[in-house]
Design a protein around this ligand. Structure first.
Ligand code: C2O
Length: 549
């Protein structure tokens, strides 16, 4: 592979959406941010210079970061933030991945405006395992807030209430024609008849899983989270924050007498306070020899139908269709046996209201979220540094509970006690541990799938179900043949998911819900994977420009 160099200058930029102008944090003044393009095997070197008042880190979401954990990016996990005026060079190699990933800020809620696509092409002269597309188009979904997102989350954390929802969802930063004062901010995809387009879909929204569909067109799913899958066709797809999906779009053989809307809106199982509006973009067939006549004719615009907000049956069917290729060229290396089994509950809970304060969360408490009833608190220095230099004292403890602290029936009446404890607790894994992790949603408060994202690894989704996970019956049904391999999986609301991965990447690896508000409330934890014995199984020392706290 070759080395690809990028400069990311973090700076403020005025951006107007929905007739509302605000100054946002951007990379190089672009919103959404620049695209990173690399081939499998290439090295990517990104020099990030912070010219703004906020502390910054950038995460290369889904990049495995094999023995390059110092470049992973989550603030206070693998690095201290890049402070105003400072520079940090992220340096990593793309190994064994092809498809689409994305980069985003990984501190507070700055990823609301700091995000962009990562396009990973196959090695030179290696074809795709599907028909070669005529053109490739990244489409990154986001959320636009008229207000400042840092203010929104800081206020929510103080009052204990749920944060304000966004004002629009966006296609490549544009809300589209279904919002007020937004028609001119519409993404238009111009296509020719009879061609194949590879759409690289990315959900960079902060807090919502999205359905996506194009009117009168069918999509073929070929890749998720930068791993090829067995192709299947669908009219609609579901994509959670942190997930990416490559689809083939075959355009109609003849110029159709219509234009088509592409649209996306949320999937959520319960009625919560979230924005359930629809973002749209236009699929426009290119009229090459446009006569005056056809220009005058107003073409009808066809709208897609999207599943209902709470269509869990669609969601379940869709996720069950995702399967690894699992062939000789692209094997699914699922751990067939395991060394460690973990059972984690994930969900929302609450913290008591401090004295002399009124809290606006559930029953006068503060919203919190937890894994095994522990709400994770970030340290004031980076976990990876503390681990590498053997200075864990006062930074983290290794007593993360391997089972939930409270036992209850996850489908019955929610328990009265929703209180969580807090701490910076981690799980330590010896090198090459074969891990099985079952994550059970508790649905105590709120009802949404939790898109759990694991840094540093892909995992195989070997099973999922509704109700209580049954350790006696469910493992027998696990798919160890062609389970989908990915980095973010939805723990279904009121259900569970089982994943397996090989802990072959030494470092400290964050795992969290990719609904940003849940992360803020503590639905996160970290794994420490120890060095192996051989030189190539060890994490190298940090780069000399690693930011200090
Ligand atoms: Cu896309 Cu830890 O994040």
């Amino acid at each position: 592979g070759i080395t690809r160099h990028y400069n990311f200058d973090i700076k403020m930029q005025n951006v107007t959406r929905l007739c509302h102008t605000k100054s946002i944090v951007t990379v190089n003044g672009q919103f959404p941010g620049p695209r990173i393009v690399a081939r499998e095997g290439d090295r990517v070197v990104v020099r990030v210079v912070n010219h703004v008042q906020n502390n910054i880190t950038i995460h290369w979401h889904g990049v495995r970061q094999l023995r390059s954990g110092w470049a992973d990016g989550p603030a206070y996990v693998t690095q201290c933030p890049i402070q105003t005026g400072q520079t940090y060079v992220y340096n990593f190699t793309i190994v064994g991945q092809r498809g689409t990933l994305f980069w985003h800020a990984h501190i507070s809620w700055l990823r609301s405006t700091l995000y962009g696509p990562i396009v990973i092409l196959p090695k030179r002269n290696v074809p795709y395992p599907f028909p070669k597309p005529d053109k490739e188009v990244p489409i990154i979904f986001g959320e636009w807030f008229n207000a400042d997102t840092e203010a929104i989350i800081n206020q929510a954390l103080q009052t204990g209430a749920g944060p304000n929802v966004s004002d629009a969802y966006t296609f490549n930063g544009l809300p589209g024609p279904l919002y007020n004062c937004s028609a001119k901010d519409t993404f238009r995809l111009k296509v020719n008849p009879g061609k194949t387009y590879l759409l690289r879909l990315i959900n960079a929204a902060l807090n919502d899983e999205l359905f996506f569909s194009i009117a009168n067109h069918t999509l073929t799913v070929v890749d998720v989270d930068a791993i090829y899958v067995k192709p299947f066709t669908t009219k609609t797809l579901l994509i959670a924050p942190g997930q990416t999906t490559n689809v083939l779009l075959k355009t109609k053989p003849h110029l159709p007498n219509a234009t088509f809307l592409m649209a996306a809106r949320p999937y959520a199982t319960g009625l919560g306070t979230f924005d359930n509006s629809t973002t749209a973009a236009i699929l426009e067939y290119h009229h090459s020899n446009t006569s005056k006549n056809s220009m005058k004719k107003k073409l009808p615009i066809l709208k897609p139908t999207l599943p209902l907000l709470n269509d869990t049956s669609f969601a379940t069917k869709f996720t069950n269709k995702l399967r690894s290729l699992a062939n000789a060229q692209f094997p699914a290396n699922v751990p067939k046996t395991i060394d460690r089994h973990f059972f984690f509950t994930v969900g929302l809970g609450s913290n008591p209201c401090p004295q002399n304060q009124t809290c606006q969360g559930p029953n006068g408490t503060k919203f919190a979220a937890s894994v095994n009833n522990v709400s994770f608190t970030l340290p004031t220095t980076a976990l990876l540094q503390a681990h590498f230099f053997k200075q864990s004292k006062g930074v983290y403890t290794t007593d993360f509970p391997t089972n939930p602290l409270f036992k209850f029936n996850y489908t019955g009446t929610p328990p009265n006690n929703t209180l969580v404890s807090s701490g910076t607790k981690v799980v330590v894994l010896p090198f090459n541990t074969r891990v099985e992790l079952v994550m059970q949603d508790t649905s105590i408060l709120g009802a949404e799938s939790h898109p759990l994202h694991l840094h540093g690894f892909n995992f195989f989704v070997v099973g999922q179900g509704f109700g209580n996970y049954d350790p006696k019956k469910d493992p027998a049904k696990f798919n160890l043949v062609d389970p989908v391999e990915r980095n973010t999986v939805g723990v279904p609301s009121g259900g569970w998911v089982a994943i397996r991965f090989l802990a072959d990447n030494p470092g400290v690896w964050f795992m969290h819900c990719h609904l940003e508000v849940h992360t803020s409330w503590g639905l996160k934890m970290a794994w420490i994977v120890l060095d192996g014995k051989l030189p190539h199984q060890k994490l190298p020392p940090p780069p000399s420009d690693l930011p200090q706290c």
